[in-house]
Design a protein. Structure first.
Length: 283
């Protein structure tokens, strides 16, 4: 099964379209509109998945894709948009600038601007939203979880983008690196210049005032050590914040995200169930 997952993800990465998994993902029950601008530049765009029954209080999830801060695209994640939109959640998936064109913290700045643009569009009734008060969630996988995690813990990013930190109803991190210093890989040393490294760690900004968190990782993940999720959860708990930590047996790094797919039985079904339960509870 895992070999099949990696083959599917390799096909996704090599295709110019949505990819194998997205090709068999349902088109029913939601509308997808692409390339809404949140700033200048080719990467400053997000795709929006709106459930058929969307209204003025439909919760919104901004999903930040992974890819080691140097690869990845919103175009690969229709299966994520469909998975949540099919259960009544609006989903925005932005692109952001990547290394080597930028280094940290530029991609976090991009995600903050995208999140603010989505929140403002939802409140004002633009881009297909019904105007109203929409609970706002951040969610990310892998490098995207680090980016979204910083938005949830270091509130200056959202403030500078025009949003209050308290605007967030919750944060969901899948297989995220939140406490990954010291760096040993030369590529990551370039992505995170020495003077910025402490500021790249979500664990360094926990004060107990963060939005509720759901942190999920697989115990078979050899790409991002699950201790990252444990470390962040422990820091939030000690600070008096709200966090749920789920370490899923037998799930690897890719399985943490492909478990959301509804078209194929990939990973662990419990991951999607926990995500949906968290969204329902905090919306």
């Amino acid at each position: 099964m895992l070999a099949g997952v990696f083959a599917a993800l390799a096909a996704l990465a090599s295709c110019s379209g949505a990819g194998l998994l997205n090709a068999i993902t349902s088109r029913a029950g939601y509308t997808l509109t692409r390339d809404h601008a949140y700033g200048e530049g080719e990467r400053a765009r997000y795709d929006l998945y709106l459930p058929a029954e969307a209204g003025p209080s439909t919760p919104v999830v901004v999903f930040v894709h992974g890819g080691s801060w140097d690869t990845g695209s919103k175009d690969l994640y229709r299966f994520v948009g469909q998975s949540l939109a099919s259960r009544g959640y609006a989903v925005a998936i932005p692109n952001y600038r990547l290394y080597p064109h930028v280094t940290f913290p530029a991609f976090v700045d991009d995600a903050a601007r995208a999140t603010a643009a989505v929140a403002k569009a939802a409140a004002a009734g633009r881009e297909g939203f019904a105007a109203g008060r929409h609970p706002l969630f951040l969610m990310g996988h892998s490098a995207g979880a680090e980016i979204a995690g910083l938005l949830a813990t270091d509130d200056h990013y959202l403030r500078e983008a025009g949003l209050r930190a308290h605007a967030l109803a919750g944060f969901i991190g899948l297989a995220g690196p939140y406490d990954f210093l010291p760096l040993t890989d030369e590529r990551y040393k370039k992505i995170f210049p020495p003077a910025t490294r402490a500021a790249s760690q979500p664990v360094n900004f926990v004060d107990g005032g963060e939005p509720p968190m759901l942190l999920i990782a697989g115990d078979a993940d050899t790409t991002v050590d699950p201790r990252n999720s444990r470390s962040l959860a422990e820091k939030v708990t000690r600070a008096g914040g709200s966090v749920e930590l789920v370490i899923v047996p037998g799930v690897d790094h890719v399985g943490a995200i492909t478990s959301l797919a509804t078209a194929l039985p990939l990973g662990a079904r419990s991951i999607r169930d926990r995500v949906l339960a968290f969204l329902k509870e905090h919306a």
